[in-house]
Design a protein around this ligand. Structure first.
Ligand code: ATP
Ligand code: MG
Length: 276
């Protein structure tokens, strides 16, 4: 694609938009069929995902799942494939093998745009806001699948209730906000489509411990409304404390899986991934 979809005005993250104005960057340009899921599936499951950016696979049979209203946390070393796994679940990475099933349907053949319609919201690790646009415009961008202005207003009010600091800055350029507030805008933008699954790739990157705690509290609040959370986190210990289920990914595969408490108590996990 052209590298200048935004005329130099801000984020160039192809996960937000692309220069063709339709469809997706990678994978199929159009969605394929939605198929039945499997009996007993959790709300979301990316199962045995294999694939990568070119010929070599990055994901070597990675499985991630989360139930309704639960918080799943993915941790692991840099380059383990955590973001790649998130992109695979969101349909930004063509899978060579494996499937993604949501709410009882196999959506492996859907484009990211159609996955948003199916109930997914995704906050990418980087370039997850439009810095030169106002906070309110950022939220409006997130609402593109809602046609009725009343619904946009309701969704926006919900975001402002969740993040009062963001409400106060609604007219300011999002890029002028603090790191923590920018992440709130990014989460808010993803909430604007009313997702049933919210995917967050390192939502607390670069924020202070206090802001991190606050963001985790909001994430718990979101989950309590019945929304499932699939979250990558570098603050592994703190994130596992709020996790119903945790995944340790290493080299594109599951190394450890358990409840947050189990992983925090596991001596191997502690020694290798949590700094003792
Ligand atoms: N767009 C890309 N094209 C080619 N290779 C990529 C691309 N993005 C990531 N990779 C490679 O895929 C592997 C996994 O990267 P990924 O970003 O998924 O790791 P991660 O676990 O999210 O790391 P981090 O903790 O640094 O965010 C790395 O070897 C990386 O270099
Ligand atoms: Mg990453």
């Amino acid at each position: 694609m052209s590298s200048d979809a935004f005329g130099g005005r801000g984020a160039r993250d192809a996960s937000l938009v692309n220069s063709r104005g339709t469809g997706t960057m990678t994978g199929a340009a159009r969605s394929g069929p939605v198929l039945p899921g499997k009996p007993g599936d959790p709300f979301l499951i990316g199962e045995d995902m294999r694939g990568g950016y070119s010929k070599a696979d990055i994901l070597h049979g990675c499985t991630l799942a989360v139930d309704r209203g639960q918080i799943a946390v993915i941790v692991g070393p840099n380059g383990a494939g955590k973001s790649t796994a998130m992109k695979a679940v969101f349909g930004m990475l063509p899978l060579r093998e494996g499937s993604v099933r949501l709410g009882g349907q196999d959506i492996t053949a859907l484009t990211p745009q159609d996955r948003v319609h199916a109930g997914m919201g995704f906050v990418p690790q980087t370039h997850n806001i439009f810095p030169s646009m106002s906070v309110e415009e950022n939220l409006e961008m997130g609402a593109y699948i809602h046609t009725a202005p009343a619904r946009i207003r309701t969704a926006m009010d919900q975001v402002y209730t969740l993040f009062p600091a963001v409400a106060e800055k609604r007219r300011q350029a999002a890029g002028e906000l603090s790191g923590g507030q920018r992440q709130q805008v990014a989460v808010g933008r993803a909430l604007m489509t009313g997702p049933q699954l919210l995917m967050l790739d390192e939502p607390t990157a670069g924020v202070s411990p206090i802001v991190m705690d606050e963001l985790f509290d909001r994430i718990i609040e979101i989950a309590r409304t019945g929304i499932s959370i699939l979250m990558v986190e570098q603050n592994a210990r703190q994130a596992l404390e709020i996790a119903d289920i945790g995944y340790v990914l290493v080299q594109g595969a599951n190394r450890y899986t358990g409840t947050g408490a189990e992983l925090l108590a596991d001596p191997d996990v502690r020694r290798t991934f949590l700094g003792g």
